[in-house]
Design a protein around this ligand. Structure first.
Ligand code: AMP
Ligand code: MG
Length: 479
């Protein structure tokens, strides 16, 4: 059973200095851990053939499918604010681009596929933990409607990867609208390679922003997409954790799930990443960091924005300033919806902030509080229910001015507030079980996360917050 991969590789047609061509390094004993049959179908791939040994061999990197032109992409980036002129895919290989039946184009990338010229000190491999984490969290984000890369498959390699100790190796098949980062532009800007910058901009316009018209339109569109993305993160309580410019997708998708996490108890200062010592990428900092990242994109694109340089700087600055109004409008729209509101009043932002302030002070669970607005259980999330009730009086008065009946409001609240998110402790439990040879918790969680707005009584444990001993305070990059 051979999988037909409908590949057309536009990135491989860019000049050689955009990447290094090489095939994945084969692994000892590939075994399929997960296959996303629905995503496969959407891509026009035969899921049954993918799950058969020949398909798994491709997903493991042991066989390069016909039509693939495997390569590792070059990029640079600011990591925690520090400039790194050379990064690139150190453990990932782009097989090529699938053109789906609906005409959309997607990168097919194997993450953990072996060393590349960009591996530096790394082994080019991934272990099962981060592969499962990315599979679960990226698919959850997709089900929540947040723009994101996807997970097509996870394969165990039968090899040992050494981190703090021996761990089972794995490969994730990542699907993305592209893997072009702010750091890809920075890579060529730092080398003063104007020709490459121009080609990259044209490529990104064709792929992500066909209406952009030119480099300035591209910058404006990328800024707006980033602003909408981060507003969506805020509305689901997501902390990306490593918002370095090499992890900032130019098309506005969530990319590079490392030490990311969804908050349980709401607090704006929430940070989970073990390497984020100063809370640079804390929940509430994400909009500001995204602006900083967009300023780096604007700086890298300056040579494309014409002469005189002063005029280019002015246009670029204005484009970056375009972030705030888009973010604020999107943030407000999302949180209005979370409160069941469909109309706009001037004090709505303050109403949202008043709730969030109480949640932070009283340790209320972010997801359960919003979900609980619909069924009256939100008050139970507060250490002082009276503090919630005082806020809820204002909220009910505001809802009354909408003139919608309770049933309509309850329906809206359910549609805007998920019941199930990939809680840290559940992800960690799924990983621990999978490493111990039991895939059941992972599989159950994956199924539940695909329907985050459902109220299945059998999944009550997945809706619950962590018990005291289960709480996860730190997450790791897992590279
Ligand atoms: P990240 O923190 O995942 O965004 O990765 C930052 C850089 O380190 C990227 O260039 C990665 O390709 C590279 N990298 C991460 N893990 C490994 C690894 N195990 N082997 C080689 N390169 C890696
Ligand atoms: Mg990265």
């Amino acid at each position: 059973m051979t999988v037909h991969w409908p590949l057309d590789n536009s990135y491989a047609r860019l000049p050689a200095r955009f990447y290094a061509r090489l095939a994945p390094t084969p692994v000892a004993a590939p075994r399929l851990v997960a296959l996303n049959a629905r995503l496969a179908a959407a891509l026009g791939l035969d899921a049954a053939a993918l799950a058969a040994p020949e398909g798994v061999a491709v997903l493991a990197g042991n066989v390069v499918p016909e039509g693939a032109e495997p390569l590792a992409q070059a990029y640079a980036g600011h990591q925690f604010g520090g400039w790194v002129p050379q990064l690139g895919d150190g453990r990932a290989i782009l097989l090529g681009e699938v053109v789906a039946p609906d005409g959309r184009r997607f990168d097919i990338q194997l993450k953990g596929a072996g060393r590349t010229p960009y591996s530096r000190m790394g082994d080019g491999r991934a272990w099962l933990g981060p592969v499962i984490r990315e599979y679960l969290v990226s698919e959850a984000m997709a089900a929540l409607g947040v723009p994101t890369t996807r997970a097509l498959a996870a394969v165990a390699t039968g090899e040992t990867v050494w981190r703090e100790g021996p761990l089972p190796g794995a490969v994730l098949t990542r699907v993305a609208s592209s893997h072009i980062r702010v750091g890809t532009f920075q890579f060529f800007a730092a080398r003063r390679d104007l020709e490459a910058l121009d080609l990259l901009a044209r490529h990104v316009i064709a792929r992500h922003f066909p209406a952009a018209g030119g480099p300035l339109g591209l910058l404006e569109a990328a800024v707006a997409a980033q602003a909408r993305l981060v507003a969506q993160w805020m509305a689901v309580g997501f902390v990306h954790g490593v918002m370095n410019t090499d992890n900032a997708h130019v098309g506005g998708d969530t990319i590079d799930y490392g030490p990311c996490a969804f908050m349980d108890a709401y607090h704006p200062d929430s940070v989970f990443s073990s390497i984020d010592h100063h809370g640079r990428y804390a929940y509430a900092n994400q909009p500001q960091v995204a602006v900083w990242n967009m300023a780096q994109l604007a700086t890298a694109m300056l040579p494309l924005l014409g002469e005189p340089r002063e005029a280019a700087i002015e246009a670029a600055t204005a484009a970056v300033h375009g972030f705030a109004p888009v973010f604020e409008a999107e943030w407000l729209a999302r949180f209005r919806a979370k409160l069941g509101l469909t109309t706009a009043e001037a004090a709505d932002g303050a109403l949202v902030e008043a709730l969030l302030g109480r949640m932070a002070r009283l340790g209320a669970d972010f997801t359960r509080t919003f979900r609980g607005l619909g069924d009256g259980s939100a008050r139970d999330e507060f250490a002082e229910p009276a503090a919630f009730e005082a806020w809820a009086e204002d909220w009910r008065a505001r809802l009354a001015r909408e003139g919608a009946g309770p049933a309509a409001v309850a329906g809206r609240l359910k549609a805007a507030n998920p019941a199930i998110i990939p809680r840290n402790h559940r992800v960690e439990q799924a990983i621990a079980a999978a490493v111990a040879g039991d895939p059941a918790p992972f599989e159950r969680l994956a199924v539940a996360l695909a329907r985050p707005f459902d109220d299945d009584p059998a999944l009550a444990d997945l809706r619950a917050g962590p018990a005291e001993g289960e709480r996860v305070h730190r997450t790791f990059c897992g590279t």
